[in-house]
Design a protein around this ligand. Structure first.
Ligand SMILES: NC(=O)c1ccc[n+]([C@@H]2O[C@H](COP(=O)([O-])OP(=O)(O)OC[C@H]3O[C@@H](n4cnc5c(N)ncnc54)[C@H](OP(=O)(O)O)[C@@H]3O)[C@@H](O)[C@H]2O)c1
Length: 165
């Protein structure tokens, strides 16, 4: 099984200046709970946004074109095919966690979407693909996240499943 896990604002913004534009610990906890079930696959830039990398408790797979790239404790791959092959080799589910280029790259492969919708507008320079084919998916869960002192933004956790697969 291949899944996407990400958070976006009302304009599909996912990043700014190499960081997340928001602070939303409830979504971080949700992300952790979901991704601990398998391996995570990410682009090199996303990997470098993680302060204490690799993320513990799950295999971290990093995609880069740099043949000399070193990521101690993580697995480095140089193509989508290599990432998919690793998932098969280990028999693990793959959680694609970004960034934008990977969300385009795996569109034909992904089975499940874990989308957190943040009901706010942020400035950003990185977006989830505007033309993503949601018509091939159905929303099977939608649940409001908590809003409190630590989580200022209203947000919704959605799960989408590919139709007829
Ligand atoms: N809101 C969210 O859920 C979320 C999730 C993830 C990331 N983000 C944000 O998004 C931003 C980073 O995302 P991004 O889209 O700029 O970068 P990215 O997708 O994380 O990484 C891009 C890099 O991946 C490698 N890559 C991509 N396609 C490749 C291919 N076909 N073959 C080999 N290597 C390939 C390249 O690395 P090399 O340059 O090393 O070759 C490329 O520069 C940050 O602001 C981050 O905080 C947000």
């Amino acid at each position: 099984m291949i899944a996407y896990v990400w958070a976006e604002d009302e304009d599909k913004v996912i990043g700014r200046d190499g960081k997340l534009p928001w602070h939303l610990p409830a979504d971080m906890a949700f992300f952790k709970k979901v991704t601990l079930q398998g391996d995570i696959v990410m682009g090199r830039r996303t990997y470098e946004t993680i302060p204490k990398r690799p993320l513990p408790g799950r295999r971290n797979i990093v995609l880069t074109s740099n043949q000399d790239y070193e990521a101690p404790g993580a697995l480095v791959v140089h193509s989508k095919e290599d990432a998919l092959a690793l998932g098969k080799e280990y028999g693990d589910d793959l959680y694609i966690i970004g960034g934008a280029s990977l969300f385009k790259m795996f569109e034909e492969d992904v089975d499940i979407l874990y989308r957190t919708r943040i009901h706010a507008h942020f400035k950003g320079d990185t977006h989830f693909p505007q033309d993503f084919g949601y018509g091939k998916f159905e929303c099977i869960r939608s649940e409001a996240g908590p809003v409190d002192d630590k989580n200022k933004y209203a947000h919704t956790y959605e799960v989408w499943r590919r139709k007829n697969r």
